[in-house]
Design a protein. Structure first.
Length: 254
C-alpha cells in the first residue's frame, strides 16, 4: 500500500494524537517488563515517524520500518529537522529482513489491523520472533471487534484542518469484521479552487482469542493486556487493546 494521498495529510488528520504521551506509555511498559540490556527498538509500520522520533528522544536506538515511500519521505523530513539518529527502512513487515536482532519491537496505531488476513498476522509475529533477542519485548496495539462493529462500522466522518477538508466513509463487512475505508481530500489552492484526491484501504479486526493463539504459536508469552492505553484490563467496550509480550523462542540472529 502506498497511501499516497493519505500520507500527505496524515499528520494533520492525527493532530489530536499526543505522540509524546504514547511514547512515554510504551516506555513505561518497557521499563516494567524488560530483561535485556540492549537498547535497539524497532518501530514496525512507523508511518510518518512521529512515534519513532519520540522514542529516540527518550533514548532508544530506533529503526523505523514502513512499506510506504510517501510516509517515509515525511519521516525523513522529521529526522533531518530534529537531527535524530533514527534509521528508516522501506519494507513490508510481512517480509521483514533486518541486519541484526532487536531488543524491543513496537507496532502502534492499529497497524496490525491493516493486515488483510490472520495468516499475514502470523507472518509478522514470526518475523518479529525471528529478529528478536532472547527475552526481547514486543508491544503492539489492535483495534477491537467492538470498535469495528460499533464505532467505525458504516459511519462517515468529516475532518477539517488548515490544510485539507476530508470525508472519510466506512463500509463494514459483517462476515469478516473488515471495514473498507474511502477517503476524499479537498485542498484549497492559491487560485481559490479545490483540488481533489482520494485514497482507499481497509482494516480487519481480529478476535482476542485468535491473536493470543498466534502469539503462543509463534513463541511469545503475554505479560500484559491493557485497554485503551491504560494499565487496566480491557473493558467490553474498549476500542484498543495493547499487548505486551515477551519473546521466548527467538531466531537469535547474530
Amino acid at each position: 500500500m502506498s497511501y499516497s494521498a493519505f500520507a500527505r495529510y496524515y499528520d494533520s488528520l492525527t493532530a489530536n494524537i499526543d505522540y509524546r504521551k504514547r511514547a512515554e506509555y510504551f516506555h513505561a511498559i518497557i521499563e516494567k517488563f524488560r530483561r535485556t540490556n540492549g537498547n535497539i527498538l524497532l518501530d514496525l509500520a512507523c508511518g510518518t515517524g512521529s512515534i519513532s522520533e519520540e522514542m529516540a528522544k527518550i533514548g532508544y536506538d530506533v529503526i523505523g520500518v514502513d512499506c510506504s515511500d510517501e510516509m517515509l519521505g515525511i519521516a525523513l523530513d522529521k529526522k533531518f529537522d530534529s537531527d535524530s539518529n533514527v534509521q528508516y527502512l522501506c519494507q513490508d513487515m510481512r517480509k521483514l529482513d533486518m541486519f541484526g536482532s532487536m531488543d524491543i519491537t513496537i507496532c502502534a496505531l492499529d497497524s496490525i489491523n491493516h493486515l488483510a488476513s490472520i495468516e499475514d498476522v502470523r507472518k509478522v509475529f514470526e518475523n518479529v520472533a525471528f529478529f528478536s533477542e532472547p527475552d526481547a519485548l514486543f508491544i503492539f496495539d489492535v483495534n477491537t471487534l467492538y470498535k469495528h462493529r460499533n464505532v467505525l462500522a458504516n459511519n462517515t466522518f468529516t475532518y477539517e484542518t488548515d490544510e485539507v477538508y476530508c470525508i472519510w466513509e466506512n463500509t463494514l463487512v459483517p462476515e469478516t469484521d473488515e471495514v473498507k475505508m474511502n477517503l476524499e481530500f479537498f485542498e484549497l489552492e492559491e487560485n481559490g479552487l479545490y483540488s481533489r484526491s482520494s485514497d482507499s484501504f481497509s482494516e480487519k479486526a481480529y478476535s482476542e482469542s485468535d491473536i493470543e493463539k498466534l502469539l503462543a504459536e509463534t513463541g511469545f508469552e503475554i505479560l500484559g493486556k491493557y485497554g485503551d492505553d491504560t494499565f487496566s484490563s480491557p473493558a467490553p467496550d474498549c476500542q484498543r487493546i495493547v499487548y505486551a509480550v515477551r519473546c521466548i523462542d527467538s531466531g537469535q540472529i547474530i
